[in-house]
Ligand binder design. Structure first.
Ligand code: SAH
Length: 298
């Protein structure tokens, strides 16, 4: 009897690990990878309906097992960042050379709070009920926006949090372009500026092609509109009209939309000003909301 019982137990364990993995793959911002004891809080059954792409399915093996930095204990932070990017390529999340380049250039460790494992493929708390998105979500958004982040273009990062993606955008659009972060928690704005100052994007901040502002990102940032690329790092119940208005014809916005069940939507403004929207993948982000609601825990 021992053999079959053992096999069943092993089968259950494998299913459990896959379920956790599926959940982590779609989580982007506000949920860390759960431990098995957290499972009751995870809507695992619902995830099956949401269609998670095969590449994303494989990433949780990084996210939920051990951190990349733990796997690769040798080497500097820069090397570990590079290893994280290589892992994302190996798992099929990144296929773009430019995204590899920018993620290697901007060291994620400079953007996570001290003591936080920087290279784990999971969102991490940054205070004020906010999180830094998981590396695979940063990579996914950079890749979706790549064509609209060419040198000289204008990019807006709404809910810029740690400033990681704003720094990536600024690096891609270069000194002739413009990258704007808008974040409604002033303390996070100040911290993000400090993070950027330590990063490879520091000269762009100094030169003025990168800036981060305190404000309600649902209003966009009209001063430097229209934008070729808009990224929204928090989930909106519906797409804010000012963001659509501030998108350039030919421009693209990537925005999580929904409350509990959310989709990462790709919004393309056509040359005639009409808008095409498609769902990229199911995600889970913190809400795009008022500062008060966020500080009260939504
Ligand atoms: N891309 C960021 C994500 C941060 S989490 C990163 O990876 O670091 C989402 C962020 O959106 C939080 O910092 C939160 O404070 C911010 N946010 C939520 N609602 C907002 C609003 N209405 N205006 C501006 N920022 C907002």
């Amino acid at each position: 009897m021992e053999g079959p019982v053992c096999q069943v137990a092993w089968g259950c364990y494998v299913l459990l690990v896959i379920s956790i993995g599926a959940h982590c793959a779609m989580s982007s911002d506000n949920l860390a990878c759960p431990s098995t004891s957290d499972l009751r809080t995870q809507p695992v059954a619902a995830l099956d309906k949401e269609g998670i792409g095969p590449a994303m399915m494989s990433i949780p093996m990084i996210a939920c097992s051990t951190s990349l930095s733990e796997h690769h204990s040798g080497g500097s932070g820069t090397n570990k960042n590079k290893q994280m990017v290589e892992q994302l390529q190996r798992y099929g999340v990144i296929s773009s050379k430019k995204v590899v380049e920018v993620m290697e250039t901007i060291d994620r460790a400079l953007f996570v709070p001290d003591g936080t494992p920087a290279y784990v493929d999971s969102p991490m708390a940054i205070g004020y009920n906010a999180t830094i998105s998981a590396p695979h979500m940063h990579a996914t958004c950079l890749q979706l926006l790549e064509e609209n982040l060419q040198p000289g273009m204008h990019a807006l990062d709404v809910g810029s949090g740690t400033g990681y993606l704003t720094a990536c955008f600024a690096t891609m659009v270069g000194p002739q372009g413009r990258a704007i972060g808008v974040e409604h928690i002033p303390e996070l704005v100040a911290a993000s500026i400090k993070n950027i100052e330590k990063s490879a994007a520091a000269s762009l901040l100094k030169g003025g092609s990168l800036s981060v502002h305190a404000g309600d990102g649902r209003e966009g940032w009209p001063e430097h509109a229209p934008y070729d690329a808009i990224h929204v790092g928090a989930a909106a119940p519906e797409i804010p009209q000012p963001l659509i208005d501030q998108l350039k014809p030919g421009g693209r916005m990537v925005i999580p939309v929904g409350k509990i069940f959310q989709d990462l939507q790709v919004v393309d403004k056509n040359l005639d000003g009409s808008v095409s929207i498609r769902n990229e993948t199911a995600v889970r982000y913190v809400p795009l909301t008022s500062r008060d609601a966020q500080l009260k825990g939504y």
